[in-house]
Ligand binder design. Structure first.
Ligand code: PMV
Length: 323
């Protein structure tokens, strides 16, 4: 029996990944840059034991079935193939944030799973090789192996560390807004955007320049430039989806109300910038000194249910507990 327990933090892309260059291998069509979040994390334990009859997957205290289970098994199979084993596994995972709230849990979830599974299987992989395994399940998960700022190239197999939290300490206020009808999953939505949106090619063409701007802004510790690139990246990504048929619209009235509040904060001199993923929530990038004031303003916006504040998170970590 071998047990490994891993912790990985979620991340938010400031230069977005949207669209696959290769659906089979899950390679991104555009480069992305993210910030790892200290407050949102997943803890996952993987145990391989010949005594188990079959794989068992426990997500937040309930046995997983269907697609959630099969995505975990596919990752376990990739690890077993590399380790040359066929041992069944028990996986147990928990998030410190509500999964049902619609905050992306796949990034921290698949990063923690890949790291725990690799170590429980006895493989001596570096962080970037674990990132490649996580990427096959969810490209954004590849970035969650790294703390601070991380990048994933277009067609990239593995993410890379760009800069530490200490190099450019920033904060984020995450405004959870009222959810609409059930959201379309990111894989399906990307596919639909690529195959039907007339704006998809414009997005793929524009994304690398915004990525370069974001990388330079992180290197130069320039929040105004990073925020401008992040807002344009998010809006261009959403514009490409809105052009799909049928259209994909994640925004709710509260989403736009938060965007308006952020723009108002800027008029009054606070450096704050918005970004939205495949859901109605808004993540607001700002300085550690301003984050509590920003959060209080967002709490007053109609339709905002909860605001979580966070700094930049660390590398994913793992402990082998028994062999
Ligand atoms: O990794 P996925 O398949 O969950 O896609 C994530 C896509 C976005 O969150 C919208 C953007 C990103 O780069 O994280």
């Amino acid at each position: 029996m071998r047990i490994a327990r891993a912790v990985a933090h979620s991340n938010i892309a400031l230069a977005k990944y949207w669209g696959k260059a290769d659906t089979e291998r899950n390679l991104p069509a555009v480069p992305s840059l993210s910030m790892t979040l200290d407050a949102l994390k997943t803890e996952t334990t993987v145990c391989f034991d010949e005594g188990f009859l079959q794989d068992e997957v426990n997500l937040d205290g309930a046995l997983a079935a269907g697609k959630a289970r099969s995505r975990v098994i596919t990752l376990l199979d990739a690890v077993r193939l590399r380790a040359g084993i066929s041992t069944p596994a028990r996986v147990s995972t928990s998030n410190n944030f509500p999964t049902a709230a619609g905050l992306a849990s796949s990034a921290s979830g698949f990063a923690a799973l890949a790291l725990a599974a690799v170590h429980a299987a006895g493989l001596e992989f570096g962080r970037e090789d674990v990132s490649a395994i996580a990427r096959q399940a969810s490209a954004s998960a590849a970035r969650s192996l790294f703390g601070g700022y991380a990048t994933l190239a277009a067609n990239g197999q593995r993410a890379q560390a760009l800069a530490s939290a200490e190099h450019f300490p920033l904060s984020m206020a995450i405004a959870l807004t009222v959810m609409g009808p059930k959201d379309v999953g990111s894989t399906e939505a990307m596919q639909l955007t690529r195959s039907t949106s007339p704006y998809y090619s414009a997005w793929v063409e524009a994304a690398p320049r915004l990525f370069d701007d974001a990388v330079n802004a992180v290197k130069q510790r320039d929040l105004a430039a990073l925020g401008a690139a992040a807002e344009q990246s998010a809006l261009l990504m959403h514009a490409s989806m809105m052009g799909a048929s049928p259209p994909i619209l994640y925004f709710q009235p509260a989403t736009l109300a938060v965007v308006a509040a952020v723009r108002e904060l800027r008029v009054r001199g606070t450096l704050a910038f918005f970004t939205m993923d495949a859901g109605p929530h808004v993540k607001v990038l700002t300085t550690p000194g301003a984050v509590e004031d920003v959060a209080n303003v967002l709490r007053g916006v109609p339709g905002v249910l909860q605001v979580i504040t966070t700094g930049i998170g660390p590398d994913a970590s793992v402990q082998v507990e028994a062999t």
